[in-house]
Design a protein around this ligand. Sequence first.
Ligand code: PLP
Length: 394
Amino acid sequence: MKRYRRIETQLIHAGGPQPRIEGAVVMPIFQSANFEYAGESSYHDLKYIRLNNTPNHLALHRLLAAVENASAALVTASGMAAISTTLLTALADGGHLLAQDCLYGGTHDLLTRELPRLGMACTFISGDEPRSWAAALRPDTRAIYVEAMTNPLLEVADLRAVVRFARAHNLLAIIDNTFATPINFRPIEAGFDLVVHSATKYLNGHSDIVGGAIIGAPELIEPITHRLNHMGGSMDPHAAFLLQRGMKTLALRVRQQNQSALQIARFLEAHPAVAGVNYPGLESHPQHQRARELFTGFGGMLSFELQGASSQAEQFMQRTTIPILAPSLGGVETLLTVPARTSHAGLAPAERHRLGISDGLVRMSVGIEATDELLEDLAQALDGISLGRAQQTG
Ligand code: PLP
């Protein structure tokens, strides 16, 4: 397979079949559930749609491995399928996990509700306090799990300490790189063992599929593949085709989103109706220096709180005209949501508040619309609520 040096080139060319199939410039969709028996000796090598090994799956595996600078990858039916299958494999036989305390709500629920039922345990740790981690270790601890930038508070854990700690204690270092994307951060280069993604978000980028990915060394990906084959969370070839298509523009989209989100975060931080903004690119972010050292861009996600009651968030969102009020993230369109009611609704209110996710926190996934038009729209929505408040109090 030809290797490409730069991620922009890899996104267009890496992983494609050589020679091209019938000369097709675009990888065709292999909408076939089964393939002729060609003498395979293992069940896992038979070509069958659930075994994630149709030509569309294999092309994506090569592409994902190339862009994350790893040697193997596996696509899955969803981000949660990637996370659950990875953890079920890493913690097989009832192991224990150390996990960052502020995570995507679905992952948090998996760790707290599902894993204990299967005889696996998890202890939450603060990503910012490496000195406290050793006290949480148990003889059966197998892995440490973090997000590159947390959902929805955009915290940046001490990722270099995570890798050092994992090496020192013989743990697998696993990271959800969904928010950063390989454009801004390549965890394998930083020493992580396994990278998981919700490909539903930035990798695909068009809000029209659900998918996931797991990336790492072949000896780690192989047992996860076997487990996925048994659990059944395989990606549909049509979704694989769309994901490959979406990934071609990942670098262009994410760089635009990095720039736009930074401008929007700066604008929001300076606005009197805004109480606080969480964005790792702001000098005021508590882990800004760390984010500068780790990432080449700060991503397209930010969250913020408005002055006054949490109901202000709803009023503000209703006054915007460009963003779509919807959960999920990472698409070309700007989205606004209140995590307490969507992505993190599964957490008990006390737990959400302990983590710093207030009922009025607004999360924004910045799309690729014109930045000045987004800024104008946010300004009129914020001025509208400030005016409303002044009239009420005046
Ligand atoms: N990881 C992160 C950071 C997410 O935000 C999400 C979904 O919102 C997931 C994983 C789960 O991905 P999916 O919805 O594709 O299962």
